[in-house]
Design a protein around this ligand. Sequence first.
Ligand SMILES: C[S@@+](CC[C@H](N)C(=O)[O-])C[C@H]1O[C@@H](n2cnc3c(N)ncnc32)[C@H](O)[C@@H]1O
Length: 209
Amino acid sequence: MSTEKFDKAAATWDEKPKRQELAAALVAAMKKSLPLSGEMAALEIGCGTGLLTCALAGLLKSIVATDTSTGMLAVLDDKIAALGLHNVETKRLDLLSHHLLPAASFDLIYSGMTLHHIKETRAVLAACFAHLKPGGTLALADLDKEDGSFHDDMGGVAHCGFDRNQLADLAASCGFDQIRFSTAHSLLKEKGKGHMVAYPVFLMTAIRP
Ligand SMILES: C[S@@+](CC[C@H](N)C(=O)[O-])C[C@H]1O[C@@H](n2cnc3c(N)ncnc32)[C@H](O)[C@@H]1O
């Protein structure tokens, strides 16, 4: 997928209050559902400007924040420097096409609103499984199945959200256990004059046995 769209969006990404609200809701849902601790080595897939990572950094031992967009990572690098975060490193990579990260090396892998940009969902889940330590936790947040109206620009969009049961079956087929869903947030968008549509966002958690 071209990263051009995200490179262009990076500089003003954090300016949309809805993105900040979504990130805050996802962080709250993760704090509620996950045993976050200062012992955990974490990996974020599709970190963007680090709205999740910057909020979680103080609760975790270390974070490798990955993305395919250099523009997004540059913004996050500036934030890491400004906030003095010494336990976050950024890496430009696609988990599906690189072999730079050691297998079974993370206690937690998390992601927000990235899964629908990657066509090969099962391959992402399998890569997460391979990179988690036994007992490690997966936490993926994304849109529930929608009718295709969420994105105004469908460039780079591979899925119109996800059916929870189908995603759970895929995760189970990759070996994940204790697969659970909660509704973390609902994004409200105006579609047509005065017509508001709610797009729920789930948090799926699962364990590598
Ligand atoms: C909708 S944005 C979400 C960014 C961030 N998680 C947030 O909540 O603000 C999706 C992000 O996924 C990244 N992305 C798309 N495909 C990717 C892939 N195959 N591997 C890693 N990151 C990817 C994009 O560059 C973009 O930063």
